[in-house]
Write a protein that binds this ligand. Structure first.
Ligand code: RIB
Ligand code: CA
Length: 314
């Protein structure tokens, strides 16, 4: 039985690879739609990049929507061109998309689609700031119980922050949205920096992807070769962390990951620690667990899966 998913995403090279991995796995995952959000780059670019990725995978049939341009609370959009480049998808030279952008706003699409589906039919794969999901839940609270599960990349606890000393980027861009999603009662699987920083694209792993003679694999290698620069310089590690594809890999092979069902809250007020993920990993409070917080991963198993699946695309 395939898992029917909607991606909510801010591509972003790592978002792109997460989507390619899903599109290369039709026996396990059906990608019903892609909703984009302002994050790594403005939503006009994430909406264009999502269509470039669909066309790279030979799937111009997948409906792509533009969602929210910025966070719920009145604060400017924080972007990450310093990591992803001015286009958000620097690295490969992908053609301008020919497929159209859907006219409906992404938030309204999420509400309509979830109301039209049987409860539990759809899994949300959330790879960027959670603004669209939170806005949909605020506008239409009835859709929460209809969502099977949210698998998201975001947050950090032991690993601390990557955009501020205490906050991970997706949560930092829209902390209020992350707080709403975590308080929703929807089953959540969280891929924080604690686990994605154990998934490192070492030179050997990048070479293995480069050795795959498909357009998609070559583009993925070019994406990784671009976006790794910032993290390699910052962390000085043997490879750059690969964040968003952990979400898709979990749907394909959950046994690659280990974590703990704990309470996770978000700092939404303090100027010093805004967007901090307060994870009660040791159970020192009586706060109700609300997320499966992943911390361990079989990194080589992840890369073997990713490389093998990229070879399936053209
Ligand atoms: O902190 C990493 C996250 O921020 C990833 O989703 C990356 O694409 C950026 O959105
Ligand atoms: Ca992302």
């Amino acid at each position: 039985m395939t898992r029917r998913v909607i991606f909510d995403t801010d591509p972003g090279q790592d978002d792109a690879i997460a989507i390619l991995l899903a599109l290369a796995s039709p026996e396990e995952i059906t990608v019903e739609a892609i909703v984009t959000v302002g994050g790594n780059v403005p939503v006009s670019l994430t909406a264009k990049n999502a269509r470039k990725i669909c066309e790279l995978a030979g799937r111009p049939d997948i409906p792509v929507y533009a969602g929210c341009a910025g966070p719920m609370a009145a604060r400017p959009l924080v972007t990450a061109e310093h990591v992803h480049g001015a286009t958000g998808l620097n690295g490969p030279d992908l053609p301008e998309p020919q497929m159209p952008l859907q006219p409906q706003h992404g938030v309204d699409f999420l509400i309509d689609q979830l109301r039209a589906e049987k409860p539990g039919a759809i899994t949300l794969c959330v790879l960027g700031p959670m603004t669209n999901i939170a806005m949909a839940l605020v506008k239409a609270p009835d859709i929460g119980p209809r969502i099977r599960e949210i698998v998201l990349m975001g947050g950090a606890y032991f690993e601390v922050g990557n955009i501020t000393p205490t906050a991970e980027f997706n949560v930092y861009v829209d902390p209020s949205a992350a707080a709403i999603v975590l308080a929703s009662g929807i089953p959540i699987v969280m891929m924080p920096l604690d686990v994605t920083h154990r998934v490192l694209t070492t030179p050997a792993r990048l070479d293995a992807i480069r050795a795959v003679p498909t357009k998609a694999a070559q583009a993925a290698a070019a994406m990784l070769g671009f976006s790794e620069k910032f993290d390699l310089e910052k962390y000085g590690s043997d490879g750059a962390p690969l964040h968003d594809p952990c979400v898709t890999a979990y749907l394909l092979r959950p046994e690659l990951f280990q974590g703990r069902h704990i309470n996770v809250e978000i700092e939404t007020a303090s100027p010093l620690t805004l967007g901090m993920t307060v994870a009660d990993y040791w159970g020192v409070t009586d706060r109700k667990p609300n997320a499966l917080f992943m911390r361990e991963v079989d990194a080589q198993g992840f890369y073997d899966l990713l490389t093998q699946r990229l070879a399936r695309l053209t």
